[in-house]
Ligand binder design. Sequence first.
Ligand code: THG
Length: 367
Amino acid sequence: MVELALSRRLRRTPFSEGVEAAGVKAYSVYNHMLLPAVFRSPEEDYRHLKEAVQVWDVAVERQVELRGPDAGRLLQMLTPRDLRGMLPGQCYYVPIVDETGGMLNDPVALKLSEDRYWISIADSDLLYWVKGIAYGYRLDVLVDEPDVSPLAVQGPKAEDLVAAVFGEGIRAVRFFRFGLFSFQGRELVVARSGYSKQGGFEIYVDGSDIAMPLWNALFEAGASMDVHAGCPNLIERVEGGLLSYGNDMTDDNTPHECGLGRFCSTQTAIGCIGRDALLRVAKEGPVQQIRAVAIDGPPVPRCDRWWPITANGKRVGRISSAAWSPDFDTNVAVGMVRMTHWDPETEVTVETPDGPRSALVRAEFWA
Ligand code: THG
């Protein structure tokens, strides 16, 4: 094991004090910021997430704020998802593409009002692309990163815990919607969303000064609910088919290759910078696509580089994330698989660092 050398370039979060007091065992780095990766063990964190409730420091989900008369126009330039129906109070999962149709990020966008949006980004420096577009097109919009840090509450008891702190009104918030709820006299955006399939909320903590007070309030209110500090869990998110930008896809992939075609309406997304490129490639359709892959045998090691997927000795894809799943009793993985081998139940070989393993391409793990 090596240690991370901390410095101010590697940003702490306004919850780091609480995360450390809760016994964080490993960090990752995401948007130049600390992201907790393990508390007890990946397997214990996984079991607890599926049975109780966890509070996650996901301040790394930085916000790119768009503010001004051209805010909506700018967001539509960034994504092939048609935003005309988006209303204040809604969250949209929006693939962000460049002029070639390559994925730059896969954030959640929030419409705060007609002229104000937050783009809650995955791990890439999206701010600079957005500022460049706004400047280059002379748009009437301010683009910056506000002091807003999401705190996620995830797990089957998440609704009870968030209701205990923010009130019963929270129960009426639907999936991918948000409302404003008060905490210590401040109005905070609270959305029903989060990077797990266990259900829960994300609280957009507006102002670092109330970060630790909110963290502490959640742990006090959740004492009887077995609340614990947690973090996005590799096993659970691979089981659930949630993608990780930089791991599972890069700017070499189109949204369609990533299985995000259902979040694109390229025909009607007028103004999207990658629209022409995506319409061109849409004619032929993708030649590779993200798939769930079940890898046989004992638990695989950590996947910290792409593992080749082969068939009859020829490369037909790559594995980008993998973990042993106690509930599915197999290794679950995310792969980018060529068309010739992407049908469900196709048998392939995965070249793991421990040697070749038989594997099965799947539609989804949970289906
Ligand atoms: N929440 C917020 N910001 C984020 C993430 C988040 N930024 C970084 C990262 N996660 C972005 N990536 C994702 C990936 C998947 C989802 C959200 C953000 C997600 N997908 C659901 C699914 O695929 O089942 C539902 C999408 C939908 O139906 O619209 O939730 O987690 N704030």
